[in-house]
Design a binder for this molecule. Sequence first.
Ligand SMILES: Nc1ncnc2c1ncn2[C@@H]1O[C@H](COP(=O)(O)OP(=O)(O)OP(=O)(O)O)[C@@H](O)[C@H]1O
Length: 348
Amino acid sequence: MFFSSKTSNESLHHDIQHCLAEFFAMPIEKVGAWFELKGKSLTISLPFAAQSLHQLLKDTLAAKLALHLSPVKDIDVLTNIGVAPTLMAKRPKIKNIIAIASGKGGVGKSTTSVNLAFALLAEGVKVGILDADIYGPSIPIMLGNVDAKPSSEDQKQVDPIMAHGLVASSIGYFVPAENATVWRGPMASKALSQLLNETNWPELDYLIVDMPPGTGDIQLTLAQQIPVSGAIIVTTPQDLALADATKGIAMFNKVKVPVLGLVENMSYHICSQCGHHEAIFAEHGGQKLATQYNLPLLAQLPLNIDIRVHADGGIPLQISQPTHPLTLAYQELAREVSKGLYLKVTTS
Ligand SMILES: Nc1ncnc2c1ncn2[C@@H]1O[C@H](COP(=O)(O)OP(=O)(O)OP(=O)(O)O)[C@@H](O)[C@H]1O
């Protein structure tokens, strides 16, 4: 035998590290802590959501390591999401809160929040959604459960509503939408604190918070009231929307919440008849903004009838059409968001 067992073990570790770094396009120094090799069993604990890639990762590792003198026999891939730092004290049980914001109304912030939440769930993590859009709560509509009524065992904490594996809370479950629209700023912020603090959340890796549109005082207060780990700005490609998205970035910078990136929604139109792609708004707007602020452009999602029908019809795309190209696009977004937050955790 040419190699001592130490050398062959070192080369095995080296190959595992290289394979993980290459597979996830991560710096090699990050991946060393993700795996444990015990005899011939390899356990990978991924610090971000990527369940749809676990099998491919196993196959890739198995092929790479098969050439070793003492090959690995079992490969197990697990998910172990870390806790990103926040300025405010964390909520017990909730590892990370991600705020979804937009400078402007109607750009698809709630649609993105719901699809991202389901996509994270599909990527193997525990997810909740909090509808902070106090003035126009649309999450109950998008989850198809407007008539659901939260219950409470102790009259102090309210149980969240379950929808297709997602836990949700929204002012829309408590008061009719027309009553909420007349609330003033302090009432709206109090309602959000109550929704966050008095909901009996189970253990969650991520709580997605659908913020009210805009970047005014209310949004600023809300962003300061909850321990947000990272924010995502949703925009459409037109100049006006992008100018508002800029204000959103500035708002989160002001409250020292890291912006994880931008989502460009309604980037282009896909014709439902012939599948033709057409840029009906301006092109490259999201990319320009991302470059200007050195932020990742996390996704470019089309204006597509399936997104609208599923969002407004309360039957999530992820649940009813798990292999739809847009379902997969949202899953890619979910993996990017989770990876982005992990990178923020490890570099801050
Ligand atoms: N990519 C898309 N393709 C087609 N329709 C979309 C897309 N994104 C959102 N929509 C539709 O656009 C409308 C507005 O979306 P949504 O409610 O998510 O926007 P919003 O930014 O949260 O709005 P608000 O400012 O009222 O909170 C909805 O009818 C939704 O179904």
